[in-house]
Write a protein that binds this ligand. Structure first.
Ligand code: ZN
Length: 317
């Protein structure tokens, strides 16, 4: 199977076997001319197949993740972010070009599928995942399948309202989880509370560099900085509360936390898990645990391949 993870700056690709092992992986730059991306994609796959002395008959299909709103059943892209695609039958067009079966879904949802197949998901039938990075992404698997919703918006936990009078979110509303638990949100919370006259390693750092990142905040927290520690604890608590509420929808066996902010340390994941266990309904938490995602950047291509396998098997039975 071919797995492709289409991003705004690069497209990651991989040849993945039935067991989920990556045979070969590579990447190409995303063409600034969005109309040319599909031809680029097939050209690089064809080149790789030739270079490895494979034939099209060896390939079960192509799975591709697109960054935006996608109908995973038809492979239709409603709208993407960072790439100028709108109302495009991506699966159909790539199928025509390649002569191979093509399955397309939202990139974050495919990453969740990948984590569930070969990562920290442990092949849970129901799973929830969030990515803590510049923004807060989310995805859900319900009864073994990606949950798209009516127009591709299901599982967007980052836009749960935490504070209706809170900060303006990228989505145009106020006080979404993303305004608190993203890297930007964590930095903003600390900046608001920081007393610049205080002599702490944090304030000294800020005065010297005129900026502080989420990574620094986690580092200072580990070194005992009270403000950083408190901010992270509060953030974990809000995350635990939102996850406990969201868990009522799919009753997940596992909740996975991924993205740059989740790399901070296991103690952060433990804090989120504790808050989740505290807020969640007994029957929800008795079968659910919060874990750190494992696959990093490979989750997308593994998930795309997993999606090919899953959809092809559906057709067989
Ligand atoms: Zn929002």
């Amino acid at each position: 199977m071919i797995g492709a993870d289409i991003g705004g700056t690069s497209i990651k690709l991989g040849i993945i076997d039935q067991a989920g092992a990556i045979w070969n992986k590579w990447s190409i730059q995303t063409n600034a001319d969005s109309a040319a991306i599909i031809t680029d994609l097939w050209a690089t796959i064809q080149e790789k197949i030739d270079a490895l002395n494979l034939s099209k008959a060896d390939i079960m299909g192509i799975g591709a993740g697109a960054p935006g709103f996608v109908d995973s059943q038809s492979g239709y892209v409603y709208r993407t972010v960072n790439i100028d695609w709108k109302d495009m039958a991506l699966a159909e067009e790539l199928e025509e070009l390649s002569g191979l079966p093509v399955y397309v879904a939202n990139d974050a949802n495919l990453a969740v599928l990948g984590e569930n197949w070969k990562g920290a998901g442990n092949q849970a039938k129901n799973l929830m995942a969030i990515t803590l990075g510049t923004g807060v992404g989310g995805g859900m698997i319900a009864n073994g399948s990606i949950l798209d919703g009516e127009n591709g918006t299901a599982g967007e936990i980052g836009h749960m309202t935490v504070d209706p009078a809170g900060y303006r979110c990228n989505c145009g509303r106020r006080g979404c989880l993303e305004t608190i638990a993203s890297a930007t949100g964590i930095v903003r919370q600390v900046m608001e509370k920081m007393d610049l006259n205080a002599e702490t390693p944090l304030t000294k750092h800020y005065r010297r560099h005129n900026q502080v990142t989420a990574k620094h905040i986690f580092e200072f927290a580990e070194k005992g900085d009270t403000l950083c520690k408190e901010t992270i604890k509060e953030t974990a608590s809000v995350l635990g509360l939102c996850l406990a509420n969201a868990a009522l929808t799919v009753n997940p066996g596992r909740i996975l936390i991924g993205g740059g902010v989740a790399q901070a340390g296991d103690w952060f994941i433990q804090l989120i898990n504790s808050a989740f266990q505290w807020y969640a309904l007994d029957r929800i938490r008795s079968t659910c645990i919060v874990r750190k995602a494992q696959l990093g950047n490979d989750a997308g291509i593994i998930g795309a391949a997993s999606f090919v396998k899953q959809q092809a098997e559906k057709l067989t039975f």
